[in-house]
Design a protein around this ligand. Sequence first.
Ligand SMILES: [Zn+2]
Length: 547
Amino acid sequence: MTTKNNNVFSITPIGGLGQIGSNMTLVSGQEESVIIDCGILFPNEDSFGVNYIIPSLEILKEHEPKHLIITHGHEDHIGAVSHILSEFPSIKVWSSPFSSELIKRKLSRDKLNKKIEIFKEKENIEFSEFSVTPIHTNHSIPETHGLLFKFKSKKVCFLLISDFKFDNQTPYEPPMDLEFIKKEVEPFEKRLLLVDSTNIKSRNTKTFSEADIIPTVESIIKNNKKRIFFTLFPSNIFRQKTILNASKKFKRNVIPYGKSVENYLQTAIDTKLIEESTSHIKSAKSIDCDSDKNIIIISGCQGDFKGALRRVAVGEDAYFKIKKDDLFIFSSSPIPGNEKKVSQIINKIYEAGGEVITNSDLLIHSSGHAGKEDLKIIYEAFSPTDIIPIHGESYLLNHHKKFIEEAYPKAKSHLMYNFDNLVIKNNLEVKVYKNDPIENIFIHGKGIPLDKDAFRQRRKIASMGVVFISLKIDTLNRKKITQKIDFLGVPQIIDQYKEKLENLVNNHFNKNKIRSFEKTEENLKIEVRKMCNQFLGYKPQVLIHFI
Ligand SMILES: [Zn+2]
């Protein structure tokens, strides 16, 4: 199913609006539908062990999309690719070479195989009603693209540029070609811009260049003849490159450490994004880890529980033990919500004798997202008739809308959230239809969805603990029932009351006839929970098992 007959096309964000993560957008024309990106959302601490979260894919099934186009290789843009492919095995996937390598590695971990179509910057991908032109932009991972959709009627186009910054100084990639954008969009009467809201509240209205970080890294390495740990977003290949180059310049060894850092670095080497000699890159297994010559690039800058940095900070790592004077550089910033985890690690590093430098001490991190001044540049280049803030939590989308009204009143701004439907009608009127959000899917273990009931049970078990009661059926009519009571996650003091609980079970069966096991189970649960509440002040979960 595609968009209604009196519309040119419609845009439906499936994820990424009203949240940071799981970016996914459905573009639906008269004849065909295309998905842009398929990201995951990282779970917070209350998610009880799930690996990640993806949006509901139900709505996609109605539209039978034949193509998936990837803007860049961040997890919040490619992380759900295996789920999309399982649902739509014949879908054609388009991406840049580096992103395609990241996708392939992900698919091979999930035992899937798929040919990825490689697009080139500024070369049209042709569809029947429209063409899509990938336009290179700077960001915090190589080969990031905005996607320009040009409808063949020549009347309407839109540019989706979800993650971007302007960086005219970086030595690693060219800046975005604004002249190209101006020329491309000129013939179109209606021009819609869907654009990044991440840094709309940032005090830096102009985002720093990746080049601004190079002198800081060099001076840290030059002036500190001690062991230095750099932690960063592992996908930031350019930052890794800056550290590699500076280490070589000052004759230091580099040890990439942690699965994520090692994977991204290897992918960058394999795809020739890093072509310089790598003879100073060593493995922790092959060197004296205590040496002050070592520069370690380490995973876990967000305080991740399983990250290498946390392992080192709490003294649980097999290779690196913190020693006095070790220097830890956080070449990153905490993603909103991770501040506490990061500060816990910083405290642990100090307690173990190390020292920490963060972005608030020195210019050691530049964001991958545009500040307000950068946004104005893209507004001017694209000259939109309509702007839709995307990529951000609800308060950021709202602030972005307000900013558009002040900074670029020529364009109409439209506020959208996930599953709303933006429609371009044949008369080029833009309309946003509100829709109710559809609940996310929690993924755990081997990519398995955790249904809502199971998630709810986990929450209850985690917060209250469980009382397990096993009852032997053929003893239920006796005065003394054969029973076993066990506890999990309940304070040990409950053992004192075990006998009282056993008596309660006995009395229940002595007083009540069993009409149905279901009803009996329900009533007994209520009584046990009530009694536990008297002892503990809260009601644990109760599980009754008839054997
Ligand atoms: Zn990104």
